[in-house]
Design a protein around this ligand. Structure first.
Ligand SMILES: [Zn+2]
Length: 257
Protein backbone atom coordinates (compact mmCIF):
# COMPACT_ATOMS: atom_id res chain seq x y z
CA UNK A 1 0.00 0.00 0.00
CA UNK A 2 2.69 2.33 1.08
CA UNK A 3 4.74 1.31 -1.91
CA UNK A 4 1.74 1.79 -4.24
CA UNK A 5 1.17 5.25 -2.88
CA UNK A 6 4.74 6.18 -3.53
CA UNK A 7 4.52 4.88 -7.04
CA UNK A 8 1.40 6.95 -7.67
CA UNK A 9 3.19 10.01 -6.32
CA UNK A 10 6.05 9.36 -8.67
CA UNK A 11 3.70 9.25 -11.61
CA UNK A 12 2.02 12.42 -10.43
CA UNK A 13 5.31 14.29 -10.10
CA UNK A 14 6.53 12.99 -13.40
CA UNK A 15 3.39 14.16 -15.14
CA UNK A 16 3.63 17.50 -13.40
CA UNK A 17 7.27 17.86 -14.48
CA UNK A 18 6.41 16.80 -18.04
CA UNK A 19 3.65 19.39 -18.03
CA UNK A 20 6.06 22.09 -16.93
CA UNK A 21 8.51 21.12 -19.62
CA UNK A 22 5.76 21.17 -22.15
CA UNK A 23 4.64 24.59 -21.08
CA UNK A 24 8.20 25.90 -21.25
CA UNK A 25 8.74 24.44 -24.74
CA UNK A 26 5.81 26.29 -26.21
CA UNK A 27 6.82 29.62 -24.72
CA UNK A 28 5.70 32.16 -27.40
CA UNK A 29 8.54 33.53 -29.54
CA UNK A 30 11.21 31.08 -28.44
CA UNK A 31 11.31 29.24 -31.81
CA UNK A 32 11.19 32.49 -33.79
CA UNK A 33 14.18 33.90 -31.85
CA UNK A 34 16.24 30.82 -32.74
CA UNK A 35 15.33 31.17 -36.44
CA UNK A 36 16.15 34.89 -36.33
CA UNK A 37 19.60 34.34 -34.72
CA UNK A 38 20.32 31.54 -37.20
CA UNK A 39 19.45 33.81 -40.15
CA UNK A 40 21.72 36.61 -38.84
CA UNK A 41 24.69 34.24 -38.40
CA UNK A 42 24.11 32.61 -41.80
CA UNK A 43 23.87 36.07 -43.43
CA UNK A 44 27.13 37.22 -41.84
CA UNK A 45 28.91 34.03 -42.90
CA UNK A 46 27.66 34.44 -46.46
CA UNK A 47 28.83 38.07 -46.62
CA UNK A 48 32.29 37.17 -45.27
CA UNK A 49 32.76 34.33 -47.77
CA UNK A 50 31.40 36.41 -50.66
CA UNK A 51 33.56 39.46 -49.87
CA UNK A 52 36.76 37.43 -49.40
CA UNK A 53 36.06 35.57 -52.61
CA UNK A 54 35.57 38.81 -54.51
CA UNK A 55 38.85 40.29 -53.22
CA UNK A 56 40.72 37.05 -53.94
CA UNK A 57 39.35 36.89 -57.50
CA UNK A 58 40.45 40.53 -57.97
CA UNK A 59 43.94 39.91 -56.61
CA UNK A 60 44.40 36.91 -58.87
CA UNK A 61 43.05 38.50 -62.04
CA UNK A 62 44.21 42.15 -61.87
CA UNK A 63 47.58 43.31 -63.21
CA UNK A 64 49.98 44.60 -60.57
CA UNK A 65 49.97 48.19 -61.80
CA UNK A 66 48.04 49.44 -58.78
CA UNK A 67 44.72 49.81 -60.66
CA UNK A 68 43.22 47.12 -58.42
CA UNK A 69 43.00 49.52 -55.50
CA UNK A 70 41.33 52.25 -57.49
CA UNK A 71 38.73 49.92 -59.00
CA UNK A 72 37.97 48.32 -55.67
CA UNK A 73 37.40 51.73 -54.14
CA UNK A 74 35.11 52.62 -57.03
CA UNK A 75 33.11 49.40 -56.80
CA UNK A 76 32.60 49.57 -53.07
CA UNK A 77 31.55 53.20 -53.23
CA UNK A 78 34.65 54.43 -51.36
CA UNK A 79 36.51 57.31 -52.91
CA UNK A 80 39.96 57.00 -54.46
CA UNK A 81 43.14 58.46 -52.99
CA UNK A 82 42.81 62.15 -53.90
CA UNK A 83 46.01 64.05 -54.64
CA UNK A 84 46.34 67.73 -55.47
CA UNK A 85 49.35 68.34 -57.70
CA UNK A 86 50.56 71.91 -57.58
CA UNK A 87 52.75 73.00 -60.48
CA UNK A 88 54.75 75.97 -59.19
CA UNK A 89 54.23 79.49 -60.60
CA UNK A 90 52.29 79.91 -63.89
CA UNK A 91 51.06 82.71 -66.16
CA UNK A 92 52.82 86.00 -65.38
CA UNK A 93 54.90 84.28 -62.69
CA UNK A 94 57.67 82.37 -64.52
CA UNK A 95 59.59 81.14 -61.48
CA UNK A 96 63.30 80.72 -62.05
CA UNK A 97 64.57 81.33 -65.59
CA UNK A 98 67.87 80.27 -67.01
CA UNK A 99 69.26 79.05 -70.33
CA UNK A 100 65.99 79.67 -72.16
CA UNK A 101 64.00 77.52 -69.71
CA UNK A 102 61.12 78.76 -67.58
CA UNK A 103 60.56 76.96 -64.32
CA UNK A 104 56.76 77.25 -64.63
CA UNK A 105 56.86 75.12 -67.82
CA UNK A 106 59.08 72.38 -66.34
CA UNK A 107 56.91 72.26 -63.20
CA UNK A 108 53.75 71.91 -65.29
CA UNK A 109 55.18 69.23 -67.60
CA UNK A 110 56.28 67.11 -64.64
CA UNK A 111 52.90 67.57 -62.96
CA UNK A 112 51.09 66.37 -66.12
CA UNK A 113 53.36 63.31 -66.30
CA UNK A 114 52.73 62.58 -62.62
CA UNK A 115 48.99 62.96 -63.19
CA UNK A 116 49.14 60.39 -66.01
CA UNK A 117 51.00 57.85 -63.86
CA UNK A 118 48.97 58.42 -60.68
CA UNK A 119 45.66 58.08 -62.53
CA UNK A 120 46.85 54.86 -64.16
CA UNK A 121 47.59 53.61 -60.62
CA UNK A 122 44.04 54.34 -59.50
CA UNK A 123 44.41 57.76 -57.80
CA UNK A 124 42.25 60.81 -58.37
CA UNK A 125 44.34 63.85 -59.33
CA UNK A 126 43.36 67.50 -59.12
CA UNK A 127 45.64 70.20 -60.53
CA UNK A 128 45.96 73.49 -58.68
CA UNK A 129 46.39 75.49 -61.91
CA UNK A 130 45.91 75.16 -65.67
CA UNK A 131 48.81 75.31 -68.11
CA UNK A 132 49.01 79.07 -68.65
CA UNK A 133 47.10 80.28 -65.63
CA UNK A 134 48.41 82.08 -62.63
CA UNK A 135 47.11 81.07 -59.22
CA UNK A 136 47.96 82.68 -55.91
CA UNK A 137 49.30 80.54 -53.10
CA UNK A 138 46.03 81.13 -51.25
CA UNK A 139 44.00 79.83 -54.23
CA UNK A 140 46.19 76.74 -54.55
CA UNK A 141 45.80 75.74 -50.95
CA UNK A 142 42.09 76.62 -50.99
CA UNK A 143 41.67 74.08 -53.82
CA UNK A 144 43.39 71.35 -51.81
CA UNK A 145 41.52 72.11 -48.58
CA UNK A 146 38.08 72.44 -50.20
CA UNK A 147 38.53 69.19 -52.15
CA UNK A 148 39.61 67.42 -48.94
CA UNK A 149 42.67 65.97 -50.65
CA UNK A 150 44.66 63.20 -48.99
CA UNK A 151 47.97 64.71 -50.08
CA UNK A 152 49.22 68.00 -51.50
CA UNK A 153 52.37 67.84 -53.63
CA UNK A 154 53.95 71.04 -54.91
CA UNK A 155 56.52 70.85 -57.71
CA UNK A 156 59.28 73.44 -58.14
CA UNK A 157 62.77 73.84 -59.58
CA UNK A 158 64.71 75.60 -56.88
CA UNK A 159 63.33 79.09 -57.36
CA UNK A 160 64.61 80.63 -54.13
CA UNK A 161 67.85 82.56 -53.75
CA UNK A 162 69.06 79.87 -51.35
CA UNK A 163 68.74 77.29 -54.17
CA UNK A 164 71.48 78.88 -56.30
CA UNK A 165 74.44 76.54 -56.03
CA UNK A 166 72.20 73.79 -54.59
CA UNK A 167 71.71 71.30 -57.41
CA UNK A 168 69.75 68.05 -57.34
CA UNK A 169 66.39 67.05 -55.99
CA UNK A 170 65.13 67.64 -52.47
CA UNK A 171 61.83 67.10 -50.63
CA UNK A 172 60.51 69.67 -48.15
CA UNK A 173 57.95 69.62 -45.35
CA UNK A 174 56.67 72.07 -42.75
CA UNK A 175 56.71 71.32 -39.05
CA UNK A 176 58.80 68.67 -37.38
CA UNK A 177 57.06 65.42 -36.53
CA UNK A 178 54.27 66.01 -39.04
CA UNK A 179 52.93 63.40 -41.43
CA UNK A 180 54.29 65.65 -44.19
CA UNK A 181 57.77 65.12 -42.72
CA UNK A 182 57.31 61.35 -42.75
CA UNK A 183 56.10 61.48 -46.37
CA UNK A 184 58.91 63.82 -47.49
CA UNK A 185 61.46 61.45 -45.91
CA UNK A 186 59.89 58.43 -47.66
CA UNK A 187 59.80 60.16 -51.07
CA UNK A 188 63.41 61.35 -50.75
CA UNK A 189 64.51 57.86 -49.75
CA UNK A 190 62.74 56.34 -52.78
CA UNK A 191 64.31 58.91 -55.14
CA UNK A 192 67.76 58.18 -53.77
CA UNK A 193 67.41 54.58 -54.86
CA UNK A 194 67.44 55.62 -58.53
CA UNK A 195 71.01 55.84 -59.78
CA UNK A 196 70.37 58.58 -62.35
CA UNK A 197 68.44 60.78 -59.92
CA UNK A 198 70.44 62.97 -57.58
CA UNK A 199 68.49 63.65 -54.39
CA UNK A 200 70.04 65.26 -51.33
CA UNK A 201 67.24 64.14 -48.96
CA UNK A 202 64.42 65.83 -47.08
CA UNK A 203 64.47 69.10 -45.21
CA UNK A 204 62.20 71.48 -43.33
CA UNK A 205 61.06 74.65 -45.03
CA UNK A 206 57.89 76.30 -43.78
CA UNK A 207 56.48 77.41 -47.12
CA UNK A 208 53.03 79.00 -47.11
CA UNK A 209 51.42 76.13 -49.05
CA UNK A 210 52.92 73.51 -46.75
CA UNK A 211 51.96 75.31 -43.54
CA UNK A 212 48.38 76.01 -44.57
CA UNK A 213 47.40 72.63 -45.98
CA UNK A 214 44.82 70.71 -43.93
CA UNK A 215 46.37 67.46 -45.19
CA UNK A 216 49.98 66.17 -45.36
CA UNK A 217 51.90 68.39 -47.76
CA UNK A 218 55.25 67.99 -49.50
CA UNK A 219 57.17 70.27 -51.84
CA UNK A 220 59.51 68.55 -54.29
CA UNK A 221 62.40 70.45 -55.80
CA UNK A 222 63.19 68.80 -59.14
CA UNK A 223 66.60 70.42 -59.43
CA UNK A 224 68.04 73.85 -60.05
CA UNK A 225 67.87 75.59 -63.43
CA UNK A 226 71.02 77.46 -62.40
CA UNK A 227 72.92 74.19 -62.47
CA UNK A 228 74.01 73.08 -65.99
CA UNK A 229 73.71 69.37 -65.16
CA UNK A 230 70.20 69.69 -63.71
CA UNK A 231 69.14 71.92 -66.61
CA UNK A 232 70.35 69.41 -69.20
CA UNK A 233 68.50 66.56 -67.47
CA UNK A 234 65.26 68.50 -66.96
CA UNK A 235 65.24 69.39 -70.66
CA UNK A 236 64.93 65.69 -71.53
CA UNK A 237 61.37 64.33 -71.67
CA UNK A 238 62.63 60.83 -70.76
CA UNK A 239 64.26 62.09 -67.55
CA UNK A 240 61.15 64.05 -66.57
CA UNK A 241 59.08 60.90 -67.14
CA UNK A 242 61.45 58.82 -65.05
CA UNK A 243 61.23 61.27 -62.14
CA UNK A 244 57.44 61.54 -62.49
CA UNK A 245 56.97 57.79 -62.54
CA UNK A 246 59.20 57.33 -59.49
CA UNK A 247 57.34 60.06 -57.60
CA UNK A 248 53.93 58.60 -58.54
CA UNK A 249 54.93 55.08 -57.45
CA UNK A 250 56.39 56.37 -54.19
CA UNK A 251 53.27 58.44 -53.48
CA UNK A 252 51.02 55.39 -53.94
CA UNK A 253 53.28 53.41 -51.61
CA UNK A 254 52.65 56.00 -48.88
CA UNK A 255 49.01 54.89 -48.84
CA UNK A 256 49.37 51.16 -49.58
CA UNK A 257 52.40 50.07 -47.58
ZN1 LIG B 1 59.47 77.58 -57.86
Amino acid sequence: MHYKRKKQDMFMYRNLYAGKRKRRDVKPGYGLTKIFVFCIIAGLMFLTVYENGRIMRKLLSEPSDGSFWGETAKESGERKIRIVLDAGHGGKDTGSFYGGMYEKDIDYMVVRDMQKFLESMGAEVILSRDENDFATEYERIKTANSKKADLFVSIHCGCGREDVGMPGMECYYAGDGSLGMEYADALAEALRQEASIKCSGAGRRDFYVLKNADMPAVLVKLGSLYDPDDRRKLEEASYREQVSRKLAESIMQLFYK
